[in-house]
Design a protein around this ligand. Structure first.
Ligand code: KIV
Length: 279
């Protein structure tokens, strides 16, 4: 079954949890799609996990489109969600609509995500008016790391909690189909989930949201053992990969790989003829 913004809304109504993971390439997207993950988020966490930057700020539209198109080729049933990178929408509504359009045309995404609250309501309205579904992202929004003074849990005091609620209501009114809540106290995320008509997808926001999202390198322990507190390790793929690389290295150096079963045989008579020609 193809997952769409409509089926996600139905899942909220039916109290069926929504599953989302980040992904950046074709083969991993295909595995996730086959495993039943409903939303594949081509996150700008690409900057940290794949490109090796300390944050997401240097990620460009071209970086995102390159990876989004690869993910889209691997996704059959899952909804592909393209993450709008830093400065692809902040400066103007025109930029927002143009770049969201590039995600659809060049990245073959089915929706886009952008970080921020009421200050981007106009941008969200214009993108959705162009027929492009928009997912919001509130709480710890990593593109604002410098404004926050670090990666910190948001909405922990009355002012912060009320701002978060006001922002969520403003972007819901502007037309988002879902809202990612990152690093928000569990009680606040659950309250907000009850208040909103659109689904909430939590990351470090407790179990009371309509769905969950994780960065896949975190949940597979592939990111240098530096998983955040909220990211449960579901399989230690990082260790398995390291083991595999080390075995390959050892066997190659020892001459144990490749074995005869990994090569291609030749007619022995033919080899004799060739040897005769050059000796
Ligand atoms: O880019 C990303 O990985 C994200 C998730 C943290 C939700 O936006």
């Amino acid at each position: 079954m193809k997952h769409t913004v409509v089926t996600l809304r139905q899942q909220k109504q039916n109290k069926e949890k929504i599953t989302m993971l980040t992904v950046y390439d074709y083969s991993t997207a295909k595995l996730m799609d086959e495993a039943g993950i409903e939303v594949l988020l081509v996150g700008d966490s690409l900057g940290n996990t794949v490109l090796g930057y300390p944050d997401t700020l240097s990620v460009t539209m071209d970086d995102m489109l390159h990876h989004c198109a690869a993910v889209a080729r691997g996704a059959k049933d899952a909804l592909v969600l393209g993450d709008m990178p830093f400065m692809s929408y902040q400066a103007s509504v025109y930029d927002a609509v143009t770049n969201a359009g590039r995600f659809m045309k060049e990245g073959r995404a089915q929706a886009v995500k952008l970080e921020g609250g009421a200050q981007y309501a106009e941008h969200i309205r214009a993108i959705t008016a162009a027929g492009i579904p928009v997912c919001g992202h509130l709480g710890l929004t990593p593109q604002s790391v410098n404004a926050f003074g670090g990666f910190k849990v948001q909405g922990k005091d009355t002012g912060g909690a009320c701002r978060l609620i006001e922002d969520a209501l403003a972007i819901e009114e502007a037309g988002v189909f879902a809202i990612v809540l990152e690093c928000v106290p569990a009680e606040l995320a659950a309250y907000l989930t009850g208040l909103l008509q659109v689904p909430t997808i939590g990351i470090g926001a407790g179990s009371g949201t309509d769905g969950q999202v994780l960065v896949y390198q975190d949940m597979l322990s592939m990111y240098g053992g530096r998983s955040p507190k909220f990211a449960k390790v579901f399989a230690d793929v990082g260790s398995l990969m390291k083991e595999g690389f080390a075995s390959y290295c050892k066997e190659t150096k020892a001459g144990a790989f490749p074995g005869p079963e990994h090569g291609f045989a030749m007619d022995p008579g033919l080899m004799e003829t060739i040897r005769g020609r050059y000796s």
